[in-house]
Ligand binder design. Structure first.
Ligand code: SDX
Length: 452
């Protein structure tokens, strides 16, 4: 049998008992009267099983059509669980609320990548290894010098992450456990450095090298903001708030950028190139770029008085309420709830209390949650609605917001990449299509019509 025939056969049709007790569905093809009984596996049907339904011996068989994969599971994963209607988010079974309360970002990154919480020794070793790999090759500085002063830092991050693959050619050996382990450590360790270097380039300031005495978030703040002082000392409250934001952005099951990492990684490319695909997807304003778009939206609204007319514009379809809505959450994004709690604290520390944009955001949320247009579409604040207010209070420019998102999401991408590599069902991602174009046209006849 061909590989395809084996796939279809394996996907199988069981001769279930029927009668409402079997865990199957029976589908009848009314074109032929043929019926197949398909097993329900984990709430899904195997799409390839539908290929048994043909309207003739030469027919390819039925496919599913699901643009944007609205209702398609692309993989099995044990990393992140989301209950969109209940607003639940868990990583390896631990609620996001517990992790934000009791863990550090590096501990969560370990959990995502390894599947279990680390012992004290494992966390110490993990932290040491990541700390020892925060430097990047000096050539990357020259690479960054090629960008204009006003290049968007996400564009610079995209380029430098993919450039990492050229410094670690052995990472192409994706079946080598040590190469996989080192890729995880290098990507998690170097993302903050690449992010901060992009920022410093855009500011025309000298690069600040990593400081191994600082923790992960504090070191990133140092590489961003250290000036002439001999030793940068981050405010521990701000470093903690940023570390919590890193936890909140670490992974989110099969979101657009993770799906991109899995799809590109399925070609067995090196992990740095696969991560670069994630950076590219996250850049989009409908995904990670939303946090930057939210601040621009709040600034454009300007004051609480303008909120009603702005929301009217949204309801007239003139624009989107950025930071609202989610493909999975049809309830309040639990991450938004946690971030909102930290906004007041950070504004207090940074002296940004009374930020008029926070008033605008709060009024937008209040009115939207009380408006049938938004509630009927189950549009609630998502992770991006309040995060930008904290980044702005930390002195981070809006163009850097999505770069900050990419830093922690790297641990999610690498965890999902590793899980994909170990999944026996992984094949190169290659969707089918519904062809809507011309067929078998006569080139010479058409050229003649064109007088050519
Ligand atoms: C992230 O997937 C993830 O997990 C992503 C993420 C992660 O951690 O990886 O959570 C991070 O990307 C959060 C989302 C950030 N993006 C935004 O805030 C941008 C604004 N949001 C929308 O673009 C939208 O809500 C999406 C993209 C997030 C979700 O879009 P869907 O699921 O494709 O929903 P849809 O566009 O089909 O919208 C359904 C309806 C439509 O109205 P109708 O056509 O039925 O009348 O809701 C409307 C949409 O017009 N709608 C909005 C809206 N979002 C959806 N209307 C106004 N403002 C919005 N923000």
């Amino acid at each position: 049998m061909s590989e395809e025939q084996v796939e279809v056969a394996e996907a199988g049709s069981s001769n279930g008992a029927g009668g409402g007790t079997a865990n199957t569905v029976t589908i009848t093809d009314n074109r032929t009267g043929e019926s197949v009984e398909l097993p329900i596996e984990d709430g899904t049907l195997r799409a390839t099983a539908l290929r048994q339904l043909k309207d003739g011996p030469d027919d390819f068989g039925l496919m599913t059509y699901d643009p944007a994969y609205l209702n398609t599971a692309s993989c099995r994963s044990a990393i992140t669980y989301i209950d969109g209607s209940a607003g639940v988010l868990e990583h390896r079974g631990y609620s996001i609320e517990q992790l934000c309360e009791h863990s550090s970002y590096l501990e969560v990154a370990y959990l995502l990548v390894h599947g279990e919480l680390p012992t004290n020794d494992q966390l110490a070793t993990w932290t040491h290894e990541i700390t020892m790999h925060t430097f990047v090759h000096e050539n990357l500085k020259e690479f960054l010098e090629g960008f204009r002063y006003d290049a968007h830092p996400m564009g610079m991050l995209l380029a430098t992450v993919s450039a990492l693959s050229t410094f670690y050619p052995d990472s192409k050996n994706i079946d080598d456990p040590e190469e996989r382990r080192m890729a995880a450590i290098r990507l998690i360790a170097k993302m903050p450095t690449l992010a901060a270097f992009a920022y410093r380039h855009s500011q025309g300031m000298p690069y600040v090298y990593p400081d191994n005495d600082l923790d992960y978030a504090g070191n990133f703040l140092g590489m961003m903001f250290k000036m002439t002082e001999l030793k940068y000392e981050p405010d521990p409250r701000l470093a903690k708030a940023l570390d919590t934001l890193f936890i909140l952005h670490a992974d989110h099951e099969q979101n657009c950028s993770t799906a991109a990492v899995r799809a590109v990684g399925s070609s067995q490319v090196d992990p740095y190139s696969a991560a670069a695909a994630g950076v590219a997807a996250l850049y989009g304003p409908l995904h990670g770029g939303a946090n930057e778009a939210v601040l621009r939206m709040l600034a454009r609204i300007g004051s609480v008085d303008n909120v009603p007319s702005f929301l009217d514009g949204v309801k007239d379809g003139k624009e989107k309420l950025m930071g609202f809505g989610h493909r999975v959450y049809k309830n309040y994004d639990p991450r938004a709830r946690i971030i909102k709690k930290h906004v007041d604290e950070v504004l207090e520390v940074t002296g940004g209390a009374g930020n008029p944009l926070l008033d605008v955001a709060t009024e937008l949320e209040k009115r939207a949650l009380d408006d049938e247009y938004f509630t009927s579409r189950k549009l609630y604040p998502n992770v991006d609605f309040y995060s930008g207010l904290i980044y702005e209070a930390l002195g981070i420019p809006r163009a850097m917001f999505t770069v900050i998102f990419a830093i922690p999401r790297t641990s999610g991408w690498i965890a999902q990449w590793l899980e994909m590599l170990d999944d026996p069902e992984t094949k190169i991602a290659r969707p089918r299509q519904i062809y809507t174009g011309h067929r078998q046209r006569d080139l010479q006849a058409d050229l003649a019509v064109l007088g050519r």
